[in-house]
Design a protein around this ligand. Structure first.
Ligand code: GLU
Length: 282
């Protein structure tokens, strides 16, 4: 693990916090919109709708250890993103239990947001210019970089070892697919619907390496120590919380909430709980 890349997160967030100017324009009371329990469908009144409904509906991953993983035994969904979402529910609605989690994958998350199935996406989602055409993003709340997961002893030690015919596993709808196509155009890319399926395929020997954000790959290495993350990260993947375009009041409140989590030390606690335990890879 690049300790420094985690460290730069703090610096980046501090910078972002200082440029944050917008205030929370919410007023208590609500206007009755969205009280049906459905996610907010309006734009300007998105925050009011959430408040009158009394529940924040959040799209999180169910397949990504450390960020959002559903425990099949307990049914609980747990991880860094889940805790950030709960902390935001507390900031917005005064109580972290005023939240409903819905499963998203890399491919379904933007359509679900724009279809009003969810209010916000907190799901290992990189802020990109292309995605900004479809959704708005909060300030950066986590910094990752794309890397490679291999079985220990693999001849693949870095992106430079990916040659023609190397089978690379990735997940549909992720930036990882486009990035690996650009960085290793001769590789054979096999795409899966979610990260657990991709990891199962790697374990079954269906591919030589699995590529996505280092933070996600560390979660897999925790699940099965026969696998390890190799090479330097070869992209920047700044995570943002995605919000429906034009829902400015909600966006401002989410950014205000993130800033409060930093100021109170809550962010650091959540980070330490999930990411502090990740293997260093050094
Ligand atoms: N952060 C990358 C992305 O947003 C990869 C992780 C994911 O698939 O969610 O596409």
């Amino acid at each position: 693990m690049k300790k420094r890349s985690w460290m730069t997160l703090g610096v980046a967030l501090t910078v972002l916090a200082t440029v944050w100017l917008a205030g929370c324009s919410s007023k208590e009371g609500g206007n009755g919109n969205g009280a049906s329990g459905e996610p907010a469908s309006g734009t300007a009144s998105a925050l009011e709708s959430i408040k009158s409904r009394g529940k924040l509906v959040v799209g999180v991953k169910y397949d990504t250890k450390l960020f959002g993983l559903k425990d099949p035994a307990s049914g609980n969904v747990e991880g860094f993103d889940v805790d950030i979402a709960k902390a935001l529910a507390k900031e917005l609605l005064g109580d972290e239990t005023k939240i409903e989690l819905k499963e998203v994958t890399s491919k379904t998350r933007i359509p679900m947001l724009n279809n009003n199935d969810i209010d916000i996406i907190v799901a290992t989602m990189t802020i990109t210019e292309e995605r900004k055409k479809e959704v708005d993003f909060s300030d950066v709340y986590f910094k990752a970089g794309q890397s490679l997961l291999v079985k220990k002893g693999s001849p693949i030690k870095s992106i430079n070892d990916i040659k023609k015919g190397t089978k690379v596993l990735a997940v549909k709808g992720s930036t990882s697919v486009d990035n690996i196509k650009a960085k290793a155009p001769d590789a054979t890319i096999l795409e899966f619907d979610n990260y657990q399926d991709a990891f199962s395929a790697l374990k079954a020997g269906q591919g030589d390496t699995l590529t996505t954000d280092n933070a996600i790959l560390y979660g897999m290495a925790v699940q099965d120590p026969n696998f390890e993350v190799v090479g330097e990260p070869f992209t920047d993947e700044p995570y943002g919380i995605a919000i429906k375009k034009g829902a400015t009041d909600l966006l401002n409140s989410v950014n205000a909430g993130l800033k409060k989590l930093h100021d109170s030390g809550e962010y650091d606690k959540i980070y330490e709980k999930w990411i502090g335990k990740a293997p260093s890879g050094e």
